[in-house]
Design a protein around this ligand. Structure first.
Ligand code: NAP
Length: 278
């Protein structure tokens, strides 16, 4: 089975390692190839070539998660409301787009902290980019009743708030409001790129007021232990690092392609070692 990833730059992507584990465990012969597409390339041609190549499934990463949509033959309803795609399934010559980031986030959370998430869970989403959109839409569909957003560009946060289901009440906060109110939330989800390698000492907002026993997650996975998570730990919060979501969003993609369910819990530690060795 031919699988792959479209994006730029993707030389150091961990997706080949993850999907090779899945292929082996499933007993499926296959390969996961990196299709590094430079930004000035015609996506129309890329899609045409992919259809010809016999590829069965493709992941999509920055900067193409939104740009690729007009070239696809269809979108699954979740990807359609998110407006971004991270997984493409090729069937009968048609390419259908999906988004597994949000469901990957929730499943990773449920793996690390079973029974923590309920409709009453109060969430704060920090950031309003593509990943935040996916997590917000999926949590709202899950039934979350109260989910606030804080972002540098408030308009982007307001756009995301429009994507919620009727039962989800959302306020767009300023940084000061978010910091003062941090203790109100059961889960805080850091989705910006602040704190990523090499600027590992940066932190998007203070966690001084976070409440003990709340879950603080950072979807950044390079480094795994971001400054944000270190601060959360010091304030007695539980932490959820980004490589867990990375594994679960990949698991969801693999299931779409192969219809096979894979267990990923045993891969969390090996992936952590790989990332820590970089
Ligand atoms: P994106 O669409 O480009 O969004 C970037 C976000 O970061 C926006 O909210 C942006 O705010 C904020 N931001 C960027 N620079 C900032 C700055 N200097 N000050 C304040 N805010 C800033 O990116 P994305 O695709 O959502 O990805 C975001 C992060 O999540 C990346 O680190 C990516 O690697 C990670 N990610 C992880 C997984 C996983 O599986 N663990 C999956 C997807 C993404 P503005 O709106 O104001 O620009």
């Amino acid at each position: 089975m031919k699988l792959g990833l479209i994006g730029y730059p993707i030389k150091y992507s961990l997706s080949p390692w993850i999907h090779e584990q899945f292929l082996q465990a499933s007993g499926i012969e296959g390969e996961y190839e990196l299709f590094e597409i430079k930004p000035d390339t015609s996506l129309k041609k890329v899609i045409k070539d992919m259809k010809k190549s016999g590829v069965k499934g493709v992941n999509v990463t920055v900067p193409y998660k939104q740009q690729i949509i007009p070239y696809l033959d269809g979108l699954d309803p979740v990807a359609s409301s998110i407006g971004a795609v991270n997984t493409i399934m090729v069937a009968n010559g048609k390419m259908i787009g999906y988004n597994t980031d949000g469901v990957g986030y929730i499943k990773g959370l449920n793996d690390m902290y079973p029974d923590f998430l309920s409709r009453q869970t109060k969430c704060l989403i920090i950031g309003a980019g593509g990943a935040a959109r996916s997590i917000y839409v999926t949590l709202s569909k899950y039934g979350i009743k109260h989910m606030d957003i804080v972002n540098r560009t408030q308009e982007s946060a307001e756009d995301i708030a429009l994507l919620g289901e009727k039962h989800t009440a959302t306020n767009v906060l300023s940084w000061r409001e978010a910091e003062n109110k941090a203790g109100y939330y059961d889960i805080l989800i850091q989705t910006t790129s602040i704190g990523m390698k090499p600027k590992i000492n940066e932190m998007i907002m203070s966690l001084d007021n976070v409440k003990e026993g709340s879950v603080v997650s950072d979807i950044i996975y390079q480094p795994i232990h971001t400054t944000f998570l270190e601060h959360a730990k010091r304030n007695n919060a539980l932490i959820l690092p980004g490589h867990v979501m990375l594994l679960y969003q990949a698991k969801e993609a693999f299931e779409i392609w192969t219809n096979q369910k894979r267990n990923v819990t045993h891969l969390i530690e090996p992936l952590q070692h790989i990332l820590e060795g970089r």
